[in-house]
Design a protein around this ligand. Structure first.
Ligand code: FES
Ligand code: FE2
Length: 380
């Protein structure tokens, strides 16, 4: 059964007050690389979950994330002057600290405003050379200790993929859609073989696939005709763990999604190593021309597995219209994800923590199947 328009909105919308947006506000998201905030550029515009924000570093080195529009009369704080005590709006100089407190109200000193007005402010943390934000209710949970984030048995690299001009759920549904691998990506997975037909690609290599819900999300498992298997988790709600990458899909707004991969290169012998505090960063060039164009005005190149995925996700539409789709049994992972998402939205509506939220700052490292599958492992 296709979804109704209301069901599609329920699962996909990300702004404050929407059911999906309230669920997504229970998790932390990377919003910028640390290198993107520096002395020359101490402020940066950020849109996350449909909210316009400004990230800044004051002259004491404290990092804040405030609503972009100044509480006075709405000028952007992106153009504010960063000072010792915070950020002063460029327009009339209202000064805000990283917690959103109003410290000054030039040209007067208006104590009522200083006491009662607050600029919306959100907590920021640093991890893996990135700033992470949490937009939900207090107390904030902790960023989960996934093995690919915290294990010392390897080194990390950050890869920034082109921003997606579509809703976040399209990328996540793809993560529980194993059937597409052998068809969409047939040019890149054959290892020199040619598929019997372009319609079926390498589908006949696969005997079966199935899914199960784990404590961190949904695991998909493919069994090949030759007896090998591969298995990796969708980490609920917005991460795919696959091979050596942890693919984080960050919902910017209803129709845009940032795409950042944490690549974890394990040491060949499993030994622990030191790595720099900020991992190296690679930026991937746009997969379409013009880079900011939308289908059908943009033309996608299909030069890699990720480029092919990017084409498939964006051409489904800014928000895929699930009222007109025709699901088949090979889409049962997609159905399972939608059901899980609906259940977790309802948990939040009941005041409960949804799947994957971690509150203990000392919780043990979480196994994301990093070392479980030798055929997937990529070694330095
Ligand atoms: S609009 Fe920011 S101080 Fe007036
Ligand atoms: Fe894919």
């Amino acid at each position: 059964m296709p979804l109704t328009r209301e069901e599609n909105d329920f699962l996909t919308r990300v702004s404050p007050g929407t059911p999906g947006g309230e669920l997504l506000r229970r998790y932390w998201y990377p919003i910028a690389l640390k290198r993107e905030l520096n002395d020359e550029q101490p402020t940066r515009f950020v849109r996350l979950l449909g909210e316009d924000l400004v990230l800044f570093r004051d002259q004491q080195g404290r990092v804040g994330l405030l609503a972009d529009h100044c509480a006075h009369r709405g000028a952007s704080l992106c153009y504010g002057r960063v000072e010792e005590r915070g950020i002063a709006c460029a327009y009339h100089g209202w000064l805000f600290d990283t917690a959103g407190n109003v410290l000054e109200t030039p040209p007067e000193r208006n104590d009522a405003i200083i006491k009662h007005v607050k600029q919306p402010a959100y907590p920021v943390q640093e991890l893996l050379g990135m700033y992470w934000a949490y937009l939900g209710p207090q107390p904030a949970p902790v960023i989960p200790h996934y093995d690919t984030f915290v294990s010392r048995r390897g080194r990390r690299k950050i890869t920034v993929f082109p921003q997606l001009a579509c809703n976040w759920l399209q990328a996540m549904e793809n993560s529980v859609d194993p059937a597409h691998l052998q068809i969409l990506h047939q040019e890149y997975i054959g290892g020199g073989r040619r598929p019997a037909s372009t319609t079926r690609g390498f589908t006949d290599d696969v005997k079966d696939f199935d899914f199960y819900v784990s404590p961190i999300g949904i695991v998909k498992r493919r069994t090949y005709v030759d007896g090998t298997t591969d298995e990796h988790p969708l980490i609920f709600p917005n991460i795919l763990r696959q091979s050596n990458s942890t693919q984080i899909r960050v919902p910017i707004d209803d129709t845009h999604t940032a795409h950042i991969h944490v690549i974890f290169l394990t040491t060949p012998d499993g030994s622990e190593v030191d790595e720099p505090e900020d991992p190296p960063v690679e930026y991937i060039a746009p997969y379409k021309e013009p880079a900011d164009g939308l289908h059908p005005h943009a033309r996608f190149n299909l030069c890699s597995v990720l480029a092919q995925d990017h084409m498939a996700w964006e051409t489904q539409g800014p928000i895929a219209d699930r009222t007109v789709e025709h699901l088949a049994s090979s889409d049962r992972g997609v159905v399972l994800l939608r059901r899980l998402l609906r259940e977790q939205i309802e948990r939040v509506q009941q005041g409960l923590d949804p799947l994957g939220v971690q509150r203990d700052p000392d919780h043990p490292m979480i196994d994301t199947n990093l070392f479980g599958h030798a055929q997937d492992a990529v070694h330095v």
